[in-house]
Design a protein around this ligand. Sequence first.
Ligand code: SAM
Length: 220
Amino acid sequence: MGREFLDIFTGWAKDYDTFTTGSDDQYKEVFRGYDGILQTIADCSGSHVIEFGIGTGNLTKKLLAAGRTVYPIEPSEEMRYLVAAKLPENIEIIDGDMQDFPLPPFKVDTIISSYVFHHLKREEKAEVLTHYFDLLEDGGKVLFADTMFMDHAFYEEKVAEAARNHFYGLKADLEREYYPMIPDLYHQFNDAGFSVSLMQMNTFVWIIEGVKEAWQPPKR
Ligand SMILES: C[S@@+](CC[C@H](N)C(=O)[O-])C[C@H]1O[C@@H](n2cnc3c(N)ncnc32)[C@H](O)[C@@H]1O
């Protein structure tokens, strides 16, 4: 079911970058500091990376510029077509999604995405986190930037604020997609085996990092 929002991106693909640069009032805060958010993920990533939902390739370009080996995965045919023109010719963009994807021909140390994880339902998030944990070697990590909320009251406040501002597109988006509550997401990462850290990037977007720690013998 993780591909249920793909039609939105088929329609959005051509104009997507005007949103990331803050030209749309409704999404201005969601994308505030977008470039720095992507750069933080690129800086914190390891050398061999799976990137899910590459969209128009803005994070992929930063990863390549930082010398990472990237396996870029994108389910939208429209996005794959548009982004191919922005990336070097030797980069193959893989048709797949966060749940269903062919494995790369190399060992992966980092699994990343920006503005994508909320497309999965709660139980789908738990399933993929367990799968990613199994895929990674010790020391490997998951790094996701996405909209998430500290608690339900703050989420309701943001929905009400969107309505007050007549931001009906943003309101519908917040109500339609599966934006997680941070304490719950934290536990989902823990339950999959990751140790977790979080960094707030703007009112909506946080970066969550889950590290697969090397096993340590218990201290005596
Ligand atoms: C909001 S855009 C983010 C694009 C890019 N990562 C960025 O930071 O600008 C979401 C992207 O995720 C893709 N997507 C939607 N559902 C997905 C899924 N289940 N698995 C992977 N990617 C998905 C969409 O096609 C779209 O390209």
